[in-house]
Design a protein around this ligand. Structure first.
Ligand code: HEM
Length: 258
């Protein structure tokens, strides 16, 4: 990362690192440490999480085809659908480590002052006392006070951006492939550490269009992780459609703008 930062400061290209090394606010520039921290933040906190939300979310919708259909018929449900996808199978299993500032009584147990606490987001989001039929995917769920973005002072800084990206992408996919159905799966869940989980590894799912539709039946891989060298899709047998993000629009494949 440091080598890349040094390289780009001498020879800027059309990429994120070059943009960051060139930031200059009245002579105030990123130090090398700040640059590295910023790139990690954007890549891990900002990119991987949203990739996980979209891939988990599309997978959830396609395995609950009535919900997919409902969303297709009523576009105004997109915001509430994104909230439900965040709740139902959000990309992070826990928040950051937290520490009890005082003794805390909870359900007959005492968490002693200073103890490490690791709130389990996915578990909280399926709490039957808060969410009726918690294991059911319901894109009209209201209220839906999930904890996918954490809570309190460290509430996710990028939540509005993540919501927007998911809404734009899922709407684009619905619009472009209304008859999309799950074809087969090649899903490996990443669980790099017991505490952290982000979506699926490599190509999360492969889809085919509905055979009953007039469109030709095409099996394809929808690869959300394009640009991520370590996760490049490696299919040789089916067409792979990279999904690219640019703010405000989504491109499916390089020549196929939506
Ligand atoms: C679906 C996508 C995302 C999810 C599920 C998510 C989830 C979270 C969670 C659970 C936390 C920790 C909250 C805590 O410890 O209490 C967090 C913190 C954070 N997130 Fe996100 N995030 C997402 C997208 C993003 C994006 C797109 C960005 C930035 C572009 C971002 C930037 C941050 C930052 C900077 C923090 C630290 C906030 C702080 O400590 O004050 N996140 N996020």
């Amino acid at each position: 990362m440091r080598r890349l930062a040094a390289k780009r400061s001498h020879d800027p290209q059309n990429d994120l690192m070059s943009a960051l090394v060139q930031v200059d606010e009245e002579g105030d520039r990123f130090t090398e440490d700040e640059l590295v921290a910023m790139v990690f933040l954007l890549a891990v906190a900002g990119h991987e999480t949203t990739v996980g939300l979209i891939s988990n979310g599309v997978f959830a919708l396609l395995t609950h085809s009535q919900q997919w259909q409902r969303l297709l018929e009523d576009n105004s449900l997109i915001d509430s659908a994104v909230e439900e996808l965040l709740r139902f199978d959000g990309p992070l299993s826990t928040t950051e480590l937290a520490f009890a500032r005082t003794d805390i009584e909870m359900r007959g147990e005492t968490i002693p002052q200073g103890a490490i606490v690791l709130p389990a987001i996915l578990s909280a989001n399926r709490d039957e006392e808060i969410f009726p039929d918690a294991d059911k995917l319901d894109i009209t769920r209201d209220p839906n006070q999930h904890l996918a973005f954490g809570h309190g002072i460290h509430y996710c800084l990028g939540a509005p951006l993540a919501r927007l990206e998911a809404a734009v992408t899922i709407q684009a996919l619905l619009h472009r492939f209304p008859t999309l159905r799950l074809g087969w799966l090649r899903t490996k869940w990443i669980i790099p550490a017991a505490t952290f989980r982000i979506g699926s590894h490599r190509c999360p799912s492969a889809f085919k269009r509905n055979r009953r539709s007039r469109e030709p039946s095409v099996t394809m891989c929808v690869d959300w992780t394009v640009g991520h060298a370590s996760r490049a899709c490696d299919h040789t047998d089916i067409p792979c459609v990279p999904v690219r993000f640019t703010l405000g629009s989504v491109t499916l494949g390089s020549r196929d703008p939506l």
